[in-house]
Design a protein around this ligand. Sequence first.
Ligand code: SAH
Length: 258
Amino acid sequence: MSRGRVILVGGGPGSEDLLTLGAVKALGSADVVLYDRLAPHARLSEFAPHALLIDVGKTPGHHPIPQADIERLLVEHALQGSCVVRLKGGDPFVFGRGGEEVMACRAAGIEVTVVPGVSSAVAVPAAAGIAVTHRDVSRMFTVVSGHAPLSETELAGLAGLASTIVVLMGVSNLPQITQGLIRHGLRAATPIAIIERGYTADQRSIFSILDRVVYDAAAASVTSPAVLVIGEVVAYARLEHADAAAVLNTAALLVPAE
Ligand code: SAH
């Protein structure tokens, strides 16, 4: 039997509107699709009509299929001659363990290609009207994983950069991150936004400031998946908003889902 192959596909942050043409094409040719919870998967049976669909989704703190087993499944199906699409949320190489999956395929001699995806790091802030860079406000953005607490060196580095800070997987470490950044010199009134479930029907944005956001997030029962955006661009993005002055004047503002 001829050897199959693996295509690692970035599915974007949750809406099928953000799948690329390359992603749709890859799905159309798939015999097997292994998909994550955060990838758009509602209509997979239409996008990948010939494929066996395998849900390898992880919920935070709960890993139904361990990473090693996902890699084994990719390799096994490809060795059986299948075209295997590994559909991941966002971009496969942004905190997605895509690099590990590529290495596992290569180690097994499997041909593997990558279709990049729209990353939540940029697209989810945009869903709340936030441009991660804005001339005169921030000329860089730094994307950080908040999965583990940030080290003192990382906090000091981030606080010293004058960069927009985008944190993925940061909900459970929100207190450590925000207090650490203040301790290392960020203004207590630095604007911060939390955007939950971007591009889904349940999208919600919370606007606050660094030293109040833990309270505001608890009051709003913020849950993962969410992207944190820290920096002046957050307030800047809302300047046209009637309540923007409230944000700038340190009052926390809860913005209902649009
Ligand atoms: N590779 C992905 C990121 C994987 S890490 C990418 O490029 O987007 C998973 C984290 O991404 C989540 O914990 C959350 O912080 C963020 N995320 C992904 N999709 C999201 C969405 N629709 N809304 C809010 N956050 C999202």
